[in-house]
Design a protein around this ligand. Structure first.
Ligand code: SF4
Ligand code: SF4
Length: 278
């Protein structure tokens, strides 16, 4: 089963849920898909090693063959190519590597070459298999790195995917193959606003989901009222607890010192299996 952990906004506790859930289960893979700022590894006892580079194909223009007709720049929706007098300008950071310019060039003046945009790293900790993607600084496209990360998924394992925050393309890439998504929120007006956006996204994608309320006790009851009105299951509430916060600040998953929570995360997993598979 593939379980994505998402939230409409950052800082709600996605990583806390992802790491504590993964460490409570057996035969599990944890994938940190927040490739712009991965942090799950900070809570795990791991020696990360490089698995592979992530590349996209970018065009290489042979100016001996090119007649500067402009077909490639006309085709490129991302404005990565501009044809000026006797030259073709290429803005590599705008290129999505779609390969379209190569296909439309009437002079066969374009070939493709690889450009590294990130890296996949991984390691094992006990029965936990961990991978994360790391987008190179200055790169804009997180999606190819997340796609590369997802090739590590083993279907015979329980897979927990810590998604990027928000509701844009990188989140969709990380939740689109999930059997179930846990939406992590906090009981505040900001939490509710962003939860509603995430709920809309998952309903559009037709992915089953439930909510975990983190830092329960701060804010108000509007998140719970919203979930009740919308018939969204609240799977778990994690209290606003000083001990949990202290452990988080030291990079310690709280199940390690509060073992009663390990059983609650196992129950959560069982609950998810029932909700997703009946
Ligand atoms: S489509 Fe080909 S020939 Fe035309 S400007 Fe682009 S690279 Fe040159
Ligand atoms: S590969 Fe696609 S995105 Fe990149 S320059 Fe060519 S048409 Fe544009």
């Amino acid at each position: 089963m593939k379980i994505a952990i998402a939230s409409g906004k950052g800082g709600t506790g996605k990583t806390t849920i992802a790491t504590n859930l993964a460490l409570s289960l057996d035969n599990v893979q944890l994938l940190d898909c927040d490739v712009e700022e991965p942090d799950s590894h900070l809570f795990l006892d791991l020696k990360l090693k490089k698995i592979e580079d992530v590349c996209i194909s970018i065009p290489k223009i042979d100016k001996q063959k090119c007649d500067f007709c402009g077909e490639c720049s006309k085709f490129c929706q991302y404005h990565a190519l501009a044809v000026v007098k006797n030259d073709v300008l290429f803005f590599s950071e705008l290129c999505h590597g779609c390969g379209g310019c190569t296909l439309v060039c009437p002079k066969n003046a374009i070939t493709e070459e690889n450009r590294v945009i990130g890296v996949i790293e991984g390691s094992n900790s006990g029965s936990l298999e961990f991978y994360h993607g790391l987008l190179n600084i200055g790169e804009a496209m997180a999606t190819p790195v997340i796609r590369a990360l997802k090739t590590k998924i083993k279907n015979e394992k329980t897979v927990v995917m810590d998604s990027p925050p928000g509701t844009a393309c990188p989140v969709i890439e990380s939740v689109n193959e999930a059997d179930f998504t846990i939406l992590v929120t906090e009981p505040t007006p900001f939490g509710l606003h962003d939860l509603k956006l995430a709920v809309d996204m998952l309903r559009t994608l037709k992915i089953p989901f439930g909510v975990v309320i983190n830092r329960d006790g701060i804010g108000d009851s509007r998140v719970e009222e919203y979930c009740e009105e919308e018939k969204i299951k609240v799977l778990m509430k994690i209290p606003h607890d000083e001990k949990i916060a202290r452990l988080y600040s030291k990079g310690i998953p709280f199940i390690e010192q509060m073992p009663e929570w390990k059983d609650r995360f196992r129950e959560l997993h069982k609950d998810i299996e029932e909700s997703a598979w009946g």
